[in-house]
Design a protein around this ligand. Structure first.
Ligand SMILES: Nc1ncnc2c1ncn2[C@@H]1O[C@H](COP(=O)(O)OP(=O)(O)OP(=O)(O)O)[C@@H](O)[C@H]1O
Ligand SMILES: [Mg+2]
Length: 396
């Protein structure tokens, strides 16, 4: 088929031509945010799932919808190694400046901006990466203690009061939340707890790898009660079929039932893989409808393309010892695996491998579904590891 009109969109955070199978979740977030605006008790939402299941795309869709419904939103991606206050401050400034344009909320928004000035000045000593334009002088005693937990509470409370007066809500969208350091995560949780207690319209909509849930609980034991943790996973077969068939159909092209089934099987319904297979099946087909033969041709190319992009970017960030650890895991299959079994593969003790395992967890490559268990955060990573490190050389 014509490559120019190929509708599929494999890529990190690239919106798919059809966001399949997520209507229920989108609706529940619509309800939750509407309740926040009214000051009704609501849990913040933290979406957790493996790499490439569509968390970022969902977060962006939710934000677009919220903006269209006149919510005030902030969008942050937590990269490794930047502090949360440094990420929050500039976004909060923009949100507050916008709120200060709304006449009834003006005074409270200006007060919150003064709070932000105090916040940035006081915390600059501890978090040197805070860079934010200051529009007002600080108000002494407002969010300027120099202690993140206290100051963030005061700041979000002030911001929430302004939002309430403007009859809107502040929604904080944070992607890759698992990278936020534990004490900073704890401060964020405490602050949201406070605004919830005060019935102020501030909520967090976050996304992260599966380890996020455990990290939240460790940071504050009551986090479980404050948040919903919807699991974002592969699409069930009917939704996966829609993800492929609908965009094809919209271009006036067809796909045979067997061919469609084959794509769903090969991808296990993982959204990133669906986009990759869809794209290559389209390119492989000479004419409509797309057939099983076309999909078989596409499979080889799709796997090669994934190896060079989706899998490769992760692999290239690993040290040789980390690669060996993951290769040993792959030898055992898709997982999860017992730490002892992985150690046996490497002829090492569990304790001696502890540091490597911890590095892999903090890089977001693996996580621990249960105590002593280790699982990949990237779907089908075991098969990739077997392809990229074939044979037994890795055994030393
Ligand atoms: N519901 C869906 N239906 C079809 N395709 C989807 C769906 N959700 C996401 N995709 C596609 O899957 C790919 C991955 O999406 P996205 O980057 O949002 O995943 P992610 O969970 O944020 O991954 P990561 O953890 O690596 O950041 C994109 O190409 C996107 O277009
Ligand atoms: Mg993402």
């Amino acid at each position: 088929m014509d490559r120019i009109t190929n509708p599929f969109a494999p890529g990190a955070g690239t919106p798919p031509p059809e966001l399949a199978g997520r209507d229920e979740l989108l609706e529940s977030v619509r309800v939750a945010t509407a309740r926040v605006r009214l000051g009704l008790p609501t849990k913040s939402v933290l979406m957790v799932g493996l790499r490439g299941v569509g968390k970022t795309v969902l977060l962006d869709r939710m934000r677009d919808e919220a903006e269209a419904s006149s919510f005030h939103t902030m969008r942050i991606e937590a990269p490794e190694g930047r502090s949360l206050p440094a990420l929050l401050a500039p976004e909060l400034r923009v949100a507050l400046l916008k709120l200060s344009q709304i006449e009834p909320a003006k005074d409270l928004a200006v007060r919150a901006l003064k709070g932000l000035a105090g916040f940035a000045k006081a915390l600059k000593i501890k978090y040197g990466d805070i860079e934010v334009g200051l529009d007002y002088q600080p108000e002494p005693g407002l969010a300027d203690n120099g202690d993140l937990e206290h100051d963030l509470q005061a700041l979000l409370e002030a911001a929430g009061q302004a939002a309430k007066k403007a009859e809107t809500a502040i929604l904080i969208f944070i992607d890759e939340l698992q990278y936020v350091e534990e004490s900073q995560l704890a401060s964020l949780i405490t602050s949201l707890h406070r605004t919830a207690q005060r019935k102020l319209p501030v909520a967090l909509i976050g996304a992260g790898l599966p380890q996020l849930r455990g990290r939240m609980g460790k940071a504050k034991s009551y986090a479980e009660r404050l948040f919903d943790f919807p699991q974002i996973g592969p699409l069930a077969a009917p939704a996966a079929s829609v993800a492929i068939e609908k965009p094809i159909d919209e271009q006036g092209v067809g796909i045979e039932a067997d061919a469609l089934k084959l794509i769903v099987q090969r991808t296990h319904g993982y959204p990133y893989f669906l986009q990759e297979w869809g794209k290559h099946a389209w390119d492989a087909a000479e004419k409509s409808p797309i057939t099983s033969d076309d999909v078989n041709k596409a499979t080889t190319i799709a796997i090669a393309a994934l190896d060079e992009s989706f899998f490769r970017v992760r692999f290239d960030r690993l040290t040789p010892a980390e690669k060996r650890y993951l290769r040993a895991m792959a030898e055992l299959g898709p997982g999860p695996h017992r730490s002892g079994d992985i150690a046996d593969e490497l002829n090492r003790t569990v304790t001696s491998l502890g540091p490597i395992r911890n590095q892999l967890i903090s890089k977001g490559m693996i996580w621990s579904p249960n105590h002593g268990d280790t699982a990949f955060t990237v779907p089908l990573f075991d098969e990739f590891m077997q392809r990229i490190m074939p044979g037994n050389d890795w055994k030393e």
